[in-house]
Design a protein around this ligand. Sequence first.
Ligand code: NAD
Ligand code: UDP
Length: 313
Amino acid sequence: MRILITGGAGFIGSHLCERLLEEGNEVICLDNFFTGRRANISHLLDNKTFEIVRHDVTEPILLEVDQIYNLACPASPVHYQYNPVKTVKTSVMGTINMLGLAKRVKARILQASTSEVYGDPLVHPQTEDYWGNVNPIGLRSCYDEGKRVAETLMMDYNRQNDVDTRIVRIFNTYGERMLENDGRVVSNFVVQALKGEEVTIYGDGTQTRSFCYVSDLVEGLIKLMNTEADDIHMPVNLGNPTEFTMNELAQEVSKAVGKDINIKYLPLPQDDPKQRQPNIERAKKLLNWEPKVPLAEGLKKTVEHFRPFCEAQ
Ligand code: NAD
Ligand code: UDP
């Protein structure tokens, strides 16, 4: 199969490129290199069935492909708030362009949505039928509302134009190839602990997240793309349901790094969700999928990835 991965030079995208190449597919990695890096995919360049296209998804493109994974969009609050208008354009115009492409060439398309569509959730754990509690005008809205519109577009292109769509709501995912200055909690804590710096916890650290290791997530993405079912076009949560407070996460990172840590408490950012945990019953039933890698094990691998960068400095 010829598969297009937008955002393919990013954290999750690069792991997906790798897996799909291993399975014998032709892979086109499309990226504007905003948060993606050539280094994430440079080990794949010798592969004859791998191609890189420098392109921005806000502009249309015509390619002949069988499947599209639309992952292009900065995912860290630090990066998506850097140019919020561009973030909205990436989700809205980018998704329209990719859906237009899917429609023209009759490709199946999977949209990377997010647990952020649930906002600061009042239903816990979050099930796919919960409509969410999102602030439409806050600092996180460019990302949250952009992804909500992307979901709307997917459903409407499916209903109106019969495009073969998949929507995945990804919960916090971590692992090798996150950027050192990514700003998300796992990479921040790991880098700070390795450098012997104070670990920055925002707020009182009682807010919760549930962390999925990247190989588990990639497995789920591929299964969702290749599964057929009557309600397959409806959103599917993918994530690891084991929930941690940020205080607990700091201690887990300390164990994985093998060092004691000092904690610095900083103000909580605006609209920071208080709790998050996926209900993954739908993914279990539909895809026969569940995450296998516990946090302690995934953190160890992540720490070994960051160690050379941090200890060289
Ligand atoms: P990332 O920032 O590492 O990757 C995003 C990639 O998209 C980067 O390579 C970036 O350069 C590229 N990109 C951004 N804007 C673009 C544009 N306009 N045109 C072309 N390329 C563009 O983030 P990630 O963690 O790998 O996330 C991948 C996808 O998964 C995103 O859509 C994100 O919203 C979604 N997601 C991720 C998480 C997570 O925890 N990692 C959680 C929920 C959803
Ligand atoms: N966070 C933190 N310290 C950091 C970075 C993030 O305590 O250095 C907190 C953040 O306030 C949030 C949680 O960790 O409550 C997860 O943040 P992240 O940016 O990774 O993802 P998101 O908020 O989008 O789930």
